[in-house]
Design a protein. Structure first.
Length: 301
């Protein structure tokens, strides 16, 4: 059984950033946004001077729930136990879930309706990420979703996660049939840690582009890049120091990579930005990097 690769580090505070995308209440739609890490604003003199602003940015890790609560309300009305929000998911013969990333509010109750659009039989397990990925007995699931059938399961997202979903029909999870839950709104963690990385959803297209092509992270923050291939061309994703990424110098520690991202699939890569930077990400499938398939990571402000 393969799990997403990751490296470790310690989270610190930084400037807020929101990545605007589309809503995710129905199958095939995209997450509404991802949160950037949160900081206290610097003094007015620092704002007027970018160099002072960088120096004024606090470096103490965000540990309090008060800091975690500095987040906008979700872009949807959260479900309750009496009236769960409906989220539609599609399972297909390419062994993919669509969407591969779903947003939920802390404490929200969601009813997942999983439609099997193919001929293979699937299941849908949802819960804490370690349990969902390990097929732990007792983790909520709906099994034996046959061709053109729709399964349904209701789950309440108690706690701050991380949460995920997966299919454990023989060979399906090993192929990558899994997805991720991004907790949003008040109470959701604002800065990623090794045990609970902040999710950044990223798509790759046949136009050889990443969306987004720029992200902002805290120094020391751990990010889980949730990677969806929206096209038909196979891609890869590598992240690390900018010069090493440009040189395709993957070593599995300083520069990490997820390759063979085929059509429609969603995978994940964890990375901790604990160095001075600059950092970048790229695809080095033949011709892709030269065509401009790369992005930059901004540390702090």
């Amino acid at each position: 059984m393969t799990l997403p690769s990751f490296s470790l580090g310690k989270a610190t505070t930084v400037l807020a950033a929101a990545l605007l995308l589309a809503g995710c209440s129905t199958a095939g739609s995209s997450p509404g946004w991802t949160f950037g890490p949160t900081v206290s604003p610097p003094a007015e003199s620092a704002v007027a001077n970018p160099a002072l602003a960088r120096a004024a940015a606090p470096t103490k890790a965000v540990e309090s729930m008060a800091a975690m609560d500095q987040q906008p309300a979700p872009a949807f009305t959260p479900g309750t136990k009496d009236a769960p929000r409906i989220v539609r998911v599609t399972a297909d013969d390419l062994l993919n879930f669509t969407p591969g990333l779903i947003q939920a509010a802390v404490g929200e109750t969601v009813t997942f309706r999983i439609h099997n659009s193919g001929k293979a039989t699937h299941e849908f397990m949802v819960g804490p990420i370690a349990a969902a990925f390990a097929d732990t007995e007792g983790t909520p699931e709906v099994a034996d979703i046959g061709p053109d059938q729709t399964g349904e399961i209701t789950f309440t997202f108690d706690g701050v996660g991380p949460f995920a979903f997966a299919c454990h029909a023989p060979g399906h999870f090993e192929h990558g049939m899994a997805g991720y839950i991004q907790l949003v709104g008040p109470g959701a963690p604002a800065v990623g840690t090794p045990k609970n990385p902040r999710l950044v959803w990223m798509t790759m297209s046949d136009k050889l582009t990443f969306m987004p092509n720029t992200i902002t992270v805290a120094r020391g923050e751990t990010i889980r890049f949730v990677l969806t291939n929206d096209g038909t061309v196979v891609h890869e994703f590598q992240v690390g120091p900018e010069d090493k990424v440009a040189a395709d110098a993957v070593d599995g520690t300083i520069v990490v990579e997820r390759d063979d991202l085929d059509a429609g699939s969603t995978h994940a890569v964890d990375y901790t930005f604990d160095g001075p930077g600059p950092y970048a990400y790229a695809c080095h499938e033949p011709g892709h990097y030269k065509a401009g398939m790369k992005g930059i990571v901004i540390i702090g402000g």
